[in-house]
Ligand binder design. Structure first.
Ligand SMILES: [Zn+2]
Ligand SMILES: [Zn+2]
Length: 322
C-alpha cells in the first residue's frame, strides 16, 4: 500500500457502524455452513444463482445504481420503482437513500479527498472497511442524505422503505427456507445457499466495483479518477465492471460500450423498454468513443503507480484511447 498523505487518510473519529457490522459478520458466519456437505443440494445452488441475479443484478446494479443514483432511465408505473427498490434492499446493502448518497459522493470526489471509498486509502478500505468505520463527513445523518439524495429523501415511500433495511433480507430468508421445505425438506439447504451464500456472493461482487475496478483493468477514457474496465468484475456484476466507461458517461444506462463489453443490465433495461415499463433511456454520444483499449493502458497505469511510490507524487494517468 502506498504512503498516504494526511488529506487522503479517512477521519473515522473512532466511530464504528456496529449495526451493519454485526449483521454482515453474522451473514458471513451463516455462509460458513455451506462447508457442511449435508446442506448441499443442486437445487439450492440454483436458488443461490437466481437470488444473486435478482438482488444483485436487478436490485443493486440496475435499480440502486442506474435507476436511483444516476436516473439513467425511468420506469412506469411509478410503484414499480418501489418494488425494485425493495428487491435491492434484500441484498443487505442498506436502504436505498444512504446507498445513493454514498455513490453520488463517490462520483463527485472520485479518488480525491471526500471520496467515500477510494483505494487511495487501501484496497481493503475501498472494498469493505469504508462502511464499517465511515469518514466523519460521510455518516448517514439526515443532513447528509438531504444533501446527496434530496430527490429520494423527499419521497415519502422511499423514506418509509429506508427505515426498515432489515425487513427485505429477513423476508427472503423466511421465503427460501419455506420454499425449500415445501420442495422436499430442503429448508436448511436453501437457507444456507439461497440466503447466506447468495448474500455474501452479492456483497463481495458489488464491492469489487469500488475496489477492483479502481485498481486493475484497462482505461478507455482519460477520466480524472482511476476507474478501470475489468471483464471479470463485469461478468460478476451484470455489466457494472465496465466502470471506466461509467465514470466517463455517468448518466448513460449503457456501461458496456464496445461490442465485446457485454452488459446484461443494459440488455435487461432494453427488454423492459420493449415491454413498455422502462423509458427515457439515456445513452452517450458514440462519436466520443476512442479506439479500443489495449494492455498498454494497464501497463501505463502500473508504471505510473510505481513512479508515484518512488516519487510520492501524483502522476498523470494516461488512457491508451487518448
Ligand atoms: Zn455510478
Ligand atoms: Zn467508481
Amino acid at each position: 500500500m502506498t504512503t498516504l498523505t494526511t488529506s487522503e487518510q479517512p477521519k473515522t473519529g473512532g466511530y464504528v457502524a456496529w449495526g451493519p457490522l454485526i449483521w454482515i459478520a453474522a451473514l458471513h458466519m451463516g455462509a460458513l455452513l455451506a462447508f457442511y456437505p449435508g446442506y448441499f443440494s443442486w437445487s439450492a445452488v440454483l436458488v443461490c444463482l437466481i437470488g444473486h441475479w435478482l438482488t444483485g443484478g436487478i436490485g443493486i446494479c440496475m435499480t440502486y445504481h442506474r435507476l436511483l443514483t444516476h436516473r439513467s432511465f425511468a420506469v412506469r408505473p411509478r410503484w414499480l420503482e418501489y418494488v425494485l427498490t425493495f428487491i435491492g434492499m434484500a441484498a443487505s446493502e442498506g436502504g436505498a437513500i444512504g446507498w445513493v448518497a454514498d455513490h453520488r459522493r463517490h462520483h463527485a470526489f472520485s479518488d480525491e479527498e471526500g471520496d467515500v471509498h477510494s483505494p487511495n486509502a487501501g484496497f481493503g478500505w475501498a472494498h469493505m472497511f469504508w462502511w464499517m468505520t465511515p469518514d466523519i463527513t460521510s455518516r448517514h445523518t439526515p443532513e447528509y442524505l438531504d444533501k446527496w439524495a434530496p430527490d429520494l429523501a423527499r419521497d415519502p415511500v422511499h423514506r418509509f422503505l429506508n427505515k426498515f433495511p432489515a425487513v427485505p433480507p429477513l423476508m427472503t430468508a423466511v421465503l427460501v427456507y419455506s420454499l425449500g421445505q415445501m420442495y422436499g425438506g430442503l429448508g436448511m439447504s436453501w437457507l444456507v445457499w439461497g440466503f447466506f451464500v447468495r448474500t455474501i456472493f452479492v456483497l463481495h461482487t458489488t464491492w469489487l466495483v469500488n475496489s477492483a475496478t479502481h485498481v486493475w483493468g484497462y482505461r478507455s477514457h482519460n477520466t480524472r479518477d482511476k476507474s478501470t474496465n475489468l471483464w471479470w468484475v463485469a461478468a460478476l456484476t451484470y455489466g457494472e465492471g465496465w466502470h471506466n466507461n461509467h465514470h466517463a458517461f455517468q448518466t448513460s444506462v449503457r456501461h458496456g460500450l464496445r461490442w465485446w463489453e457485454i452488459d446484461p443490465t443494459y440488455i435487461t433495461v432494453k427488454l423492459m423498454s420493449f415491454l413498455g415499463v422502462a423509458y427515457n433511456l439515456k445513452l452517450p454520444k458514440l462519436t466520443k468513443l476512442g479506439p479500443p483499449a489495449t494492455d498498454a493502458t494497464a501497463k501505463a497505469i502500473k508504471a505510473a503507480r510505481k513512479k508515484r511510490r518512488r516519487n510520492d507524487e501524483e502522476p498523470e494517468l494516461v488512457g491508451a484511447a487518448n
